[in-house]
Design a protein around this ligand. Structure first.
Ligand code: AMP
Ligand code: ZN
Ligand code: FE
Ligand code: FE
Length: 285
């Protein structure tokens, strides 16, 4: 099973139906579709899964304000027909347009020959549906740079230009923790802290304390970048704060070539079905 995967609706390279086909080929009982700021992949994923025995878990990944590091919140089982929720996630998604334009401007100022049209082309690759429903981000810019021969890999694009502290980095519009957790719960969803490695170690307990007060229900413990020690620490925190333990590979297809669906990196991310049952038990009533 895998509870964290991206599709072409955001910055993954697998179309929703390809993700489901891969889940099936890997023998996974369930796969959660957790695109950034959009639920657009769900109808196609569900349709592809019908009759295959693969359970598609609806989800979303939201970027949330943090004092330091990157704070991402997963929302499982959000209602894709909830207009208020769709409005909440449309705002940061729309803000990506001007942000991407400003990243491209910085790259051009650095002498890199790339245009917003190149980025749009990458974002449209393999994607279907309305462009306004898609979430366009740095991996698309990175792919444009690879295609232009500016860099050899998506990772090199982040390391040289796009990553935090690099010359073409532009911060993203994020939701406040309170807005994000509340919106997920109000839409019938289960809020889970994604990949805590991306927060400074000394901030993790405080962030979990604050989010728990707001209604957090789980922590993503099983994750490719989490070693055994971190998984132990996070499991202990989950127990202390009465949070469900979850996990996922954060599959992005060719944008993260070392990560495979259902197994992570070198088989280090296998998530038992009981994690999904624990999430389901925490749906708001
Ligand atoms: P964005 O939402 O546009 O800020 O892009 C965020 C996505 O970029 C993440 O979900 C990762 O897939 C990828 N990403 C972020 N930071 C890095 C990094 N340092 N190296 C490689 N990929 C990254
Ligand atoms: Zn991503
Ligand atoms: Fe994330
Ligand atoms: Fe992710």
């Amino acid at each position: 099973m895998d509870l964290h995967a991206h599709t072409t609706a955001s910055d993954g390279t697998a179309a929703p139906e390809d993700l489901v086909a891969l889940a099936r080929a890997r023998g996974l009982a369930a796969v959660a579709v957790t695109d950034h700021d959009t639920l657009a992949a769900l109808p196609a994923a569900r349709a592809a899964a019908a009759g295959t025995g693969v359970e598609v878990v609806p989800g979303v990944e939201l970027s949330v304000d943090a004092a330091r590091g990157q704070l991402h919140l997963l929302g499982y089982y959000v209602d894709a027909t909830d207009d208020r929720f769709l409005q909440v996630i449309a705002a940061p998604r729309a803000a990506r347009g001007p942000r991407n334009a400003s990243i491209v401007e910085r790259l051009r100022a650095l002498g890199v020959d790339v245009t917003l049209a190149d980025v749009e082309t990458e974002a449209a690759r393999g994607a279907s549906g309305r462009a306004s429903e898609r979430s366009v981000g740095r991996p698309h810019i990175a792919s444009a740079l690879v295609r232009k021969g500016v860099v050899a890999s998506v990772q090199e694009a982040f390391d040289r230009y796009l990553g935090e502290g690099k010359p073409a980095h532009v911060p993203k519009t994020k939701l406040t923790p309170a807005d994000a957790v509340r919106a997920v719960r109000a839409a019938g969803g289960v809020p889970v802290l994604a990949h805590p490695f991306s927060l400074p170690a000394e901030d993790r307990r405080g962030v979990i304390t604050d989010l728990k007060r707001l209604g957090l229900e789980g922590v993503e413990v099983i994750y490719p970048k989490h070693d055994a020690k971190l998984r132990e620490e996070l499991t202990a925190l989950a127990r202390e704060f009465d949070l469900a333990v979850t996990g996922g590979s954060d599959y992005h297809g060719a944008n993260k070539p070392d990560i495979d669906l259902g197994t992570g990196r070198n088989g280090n991310t296998r998530v038992p079905y009981s994690c999904l049952e624990a999430v389901r038990e925490r749906k708001p009533r």
